[in-house]
Design a protein around this ligand. Sequence first.
Ligand code: ZN
Length: 153
Amino acid sequence: MYDFGTLLDDDRYSGIFLSFTSNDYARLALEQLRWPGGAVCCPVCGSDRPIYRQNRKGVAGYYRCPAPHTDKSPKGIGRPLVFTVRTGTIMERSHVPLSTWAYCLAIGAFAKANHPKRTLALSASKLALQIDVNPKTAASILRSLVSVRPVPS
Ligand SMILES: [Zn+2]
């Protein structure tokens, strides 16, 4: 799983990510971080074959890997895979907007950088107020942030 671990381990990104109010800007920044220089690769098979940008219901940021994928097909027939920057990350199953995730990643990085043991010193109730979600969602985000490990260098 790609987990943006380098982001959480480097508070240089905090300032940038805190400023996002637009989901499109947040998406572009997360894509740039995950696929530097626009070298998008498939999160399932790793293919770097041409992958086409798609829109779904006017929402940008969908990519298509043309290689056959069998893992998500009930009949085991290989099908192309559609994915986004969220696929294979802690954001994958979340309905929280990307700009909110960017904010959480930024404050997560800041909290780690400024804590003597480099752990997250954030409470779910405080985070819930900051990002305007319910405490259960905030707790889930915090668990995800804690689960993120720095990428080995
Ligand atoms: Zn693929």
